[in-house]
Write a protein that binds this ligand. Structure first.
Ligand SMILES: NC(=O)c1ccc[n+]([C@@H]2O[C@H](COP(=O)([O-])OP(=O)(O)OC[C@H]3O[C@@H](n4cnc5c(N)ncnc54)[C@H](O)[C@@H]3O)[C@@H](O)[C@H]2O)c1
Length: 384
């Protein structure tokens, strides 16, 4: 295939998420849809230049920079951003204004208002402005969504989603921006429940109301680098009840103090004719139950193992045979492939700023519900 265009890419923030982005960009050329595009791995940006250099070497990027300003006037076309949430508006905003295509991380800023600000900035450009809800790109999750959308479980009635991690269980684990309300906008509710809410909205459509929300903080103080203690000012655990515009109801539980669960996202959707379930600790499979399939009395949930027929599978797997397991890494490859394809085609990405802003309005409603102890409707943009 002849190369018809170059796309120079950069990653801003060389922490764990930025490294996943770099991995995604490095492997994005596996997609046939990008076979005429030369993806040039250009710059890793992080003030920790030792880390930036390590990440650049590991993923094959040509250079490093200490500050975003160093790439604004460069010939870089597309930039991924994986930073603390407080930097979303200034960094994503300045990149868009400099004419870059951007993909940020969830959450899109710290609040619905910050997300709306970014939506406005993006609307004033013709650039792709997207957010990486990586769990949508896992072939099993994408296949579950398509199957439910095709009516395999009938009309969705109720759902349950969870995201458990134990990264904050150790009280000696130091204070970071994640534990500070001002810097983060929210604890596990923004860090983890956003993934679950996005996945549920992916399958069930938009949320119209938060029925209730309870936030809980288990570890009230954490040690700082200078040895003093700092107050944790956001939630370790969040429990949220949702009503979707399509009629289904759901419960979301997320926690960063989930002993024994390093990372576990789960989805369960029950409909009038069956159910579908997914759990990230078995990332390449999902369960489908259909009450009208099979002989009477022998109906049972079936484990579905995705293969090349599932979305994202063939473009992300080194050996694209059914049974070989896709998971976290493949999701980031698919995420960057989808982003770069949108850049090439000049079309919005499915996880646009608008979609991410909708999740942020659900979070705003949940935070208001927790504060005021009452149901709160999710606003539409015109009501903001
Ligand atoms: N999709 C996922 O599965 C997933 C997983 C983890 C994190 N995330 C999201 O990714 C984002 C980053 O998370 P993380 O865990 O990598 O955070 P982190 O705090 O571990 O890393 C952030 C990095 O950004 C760097 N940085 C800070 N200010 C900067 C600046 N002005 N310019 C460039 N670099 C700067 C820091 O030095 C650090 O290396 C968060 O929004 C988080 O919610 C998503």
């Amino acid at each position: 295939m002849t190369i018809t265009r170059n796309l120079r890419v950069a990653v801003i923030g060389a922490g764990p998420a930025g490294q996943a982005h770099a991995f995604g960009f490095r492997n994005a050329r596996m997609s046939d849809a990008l076979s005429d595009v030369e993806i040039v791995l250009d710059t890793i940006v992080d003030p920790d230049t030792v880390l930036a250099q390590t990440v650049a070497r590991r993923y094959g990027f040509a250079r490093v920079a200490a500050d975003v300003s160093q790439i604004l006037d460069s010939g870089i076309d597309a930039v991924s951003v994986a930073l603390p949430s407080s930097l979303s508006v200034p960094v994503l905003g300045s990149l868009l204004e400099a004419g870059k295509h951007v993909i940020g991380e969830k959450p899109l800023g710290r609040s619905g208002a910050e997300a709306a600000e970014l939506v406005e900035i993006a609307r004033a450009t013709d650039r792709v402005a997207a957010v990486g809800f990586s769990y949508r790109r896992i072939p099993a999750v994408a296949q579950l969504q398509e199957t439910v959308a095709d009516g395999a479980i009938g009309d969705p009635l109720f759902a349950r989603g969870h995201f458990f991690s134990d990264y904050a269980l150790d009280p000696a684990s130091p204070m970071t921006w994640r534990f500070d309300q001002e810097a983060s906008g929210g604890g596990t509710i923004l860090d983890m429940a956003t993934h679950v809410i996005d996945a549920l909205e992916f399958v069930l459509g938009g949320v119209e109301e938060v029925g209730a929300c309870i936030l809980d903080t288990t570890i009230a103080q954490r040690p700082t680098r200078d040895g003093s203690m700092a107050a944790v000012t956001n939630d370790d655990t969040a429990l949220i009840d949702l009503r979707f515009a399509g009629g289904a109801i759901a419960s979301v539980l997320s926690s960063r103090v989930g002993a024994g669960c390093p990372i576990e996202l789960g989805l369960e959707i029950f409909g009038t004719r069956g159910h579908a379930r997914y759990r990230f600790d078995r990332p390449n499979e999902w369960v489908l139950y259909q009450r009208d399939v099979g002989e009477e009395g022998t109906d049972a949930p079936r484990t579905i193992i995705p293969g090349p027929a599932a979305r994202y599978f063939a473009d992300t797997m080194p050996m694209a045979a059914r049974g070989n397991a896709t998971g976290y890494g493949e999701a980031f490859v698919a995420q960057m492939q989808t982003f770069l394809k949108a850049v090439v085609d000049g079309t919005p990405m499915d996880t646009s700023f608008e979609v991410a802003a909708r999740t942020m309005r659900v979070i705003d409603a949940a935070l208001a519900s927790a504060r005021e102890r009452r149901p709160v409707a999710v606003t539409t943009p015109s009501e903001n």
